[in-house]
Ligand binder design. Structure first.
Ligand code: MN
Length: 302
């Protein structure tokens, strides 16, 4: 029995089918998605249905599944991609949540360890933070504040690690670091590629994405919202907020990446030691934290 590990699918059902055909799996081969099987792409419900009904398929918990579960419980505000998926699910949404919350945060195979997001080096799997493994912004922030180098450079277990979540190269090619860390998210929902890896051979199988689905899905949703603005005032307000949240998340993600890169520069660290006091980083982080906890006011008409 082999395992076929697949990077972030994000609702791209057509590419998933094509990838599975190309991989030429046997009936008893296992299909394991690295998480983020929903959101941004055209058909999240169909993706979930596939993983729910296929006896050989399962998925890890990605930050998008986590955001669905937490926003459904009212613990965080949904971003635009969750608002749109929720509409796609319609009345089946509560059942979708029930299924998504069963996704594990890690899967350990004989040949590799699988997580959606990141891994903190020298910390046993059971003691890893959920936010780190699942790849949330706070997990990323924790790593960048704790370590001066990117997490994958610090990973030194003998067991290879396979992750999704970040399209490291942006070229449709997977990211391979020292034959030890494999990043299989190749931006399918943004017009990149969908990438899988066959274990135990670590063989890459990949198909091109048809288009920038997320750009199209967003444009369609915004056009529909404008048309029905007066009839669906509440949804539109949620969508406006969701769009802003999406942007805030993207800025924070970029911020963490820049910060990690700067930290790897010795001259920057020297400069930082000289400039004590309240850093722009702290001001930025504080305002984002306020926004995320809702203490910055927003228009929630319901
Ligand atoms: Mn992700």
């Amino acid at each position: 029995m082999r395992q076929f590990i697949i990077g972030d699918i994000h609702g791209c059902f057509v590419e998933l089918q094509e990838l599975l055909d190309k991989a030429g799996l046997a009936e008893d081969d296992e299909i394991i998605a690295l998480g983020d099987i929903v959101d941004r792409g055209p058909d999240s419900p169909r993706l979930l249905q596939f993983f729910q009904s296929h006896p050989q398929a399962r998925s890890l918990m990605g930050n998008h599944e986590r955001k669905h579960v937490h926003s459904f419980r009212g613990q965080i505000a949904p971003a635009l991609s969750q608002v749109i998926s929720r509409e796609q699910f319609g009345e089946t949404y509560p059942r979708a949540i029930e299924f998504m919350q069963t996704f594990p945060r890690a899967i350990e195979l004989n040949d590799a360890l699988l997580v959606h997001g990141f891994f903190e080096s020298d910390v046993p799997l059971e003691q890893q933070r959920d936010t780190v493994l699942i790849g949330t912004l706070s997990g990323e922030k924790y790593l960048s504040e704790t370590y001066a180098r990117p997490w994958y450079e610090l990973y030194r277990s003998d067991k290879p690690l396979i992750v999704g979540h970040r399209d490291f190269l942006g070229t449709g090619e997977p990211f391979i670091y020292c034959d030890r860390v494999y990043g299989l998210d190749t931006g399918c929902c943004h017009g990149g590629a969908l990438t899988g890896m066959l274990l135990p051979d670590f063989k890459i199988v990949s198909v091109q994405s048809r288009k920038d689905y997320w750009g199209e899905v967003k444009r369609q949703y915004q056009a529909n919202s404008r048309d029905t603005k007066s009839a669906k005032q509440v949804t539109t307000n949620q969508a406006d907020f969701g769009e802003f949240k999406e942007l805030a998340d993207a800025i924070q993600e970029l911020h963490e990446r820049i910060w990690t890169q700067l930290n790897a520069e010795p001259s920057f660290m020297r400069c930082l030691r000289v400039c004590r006091g309240k850093s722009t980083r702290r001001i930025f982080s504080n305002s984002l934290a306020k926004f995320n906890t809702g203490s910055i006011s927003r228009d929630n008409a319901n």
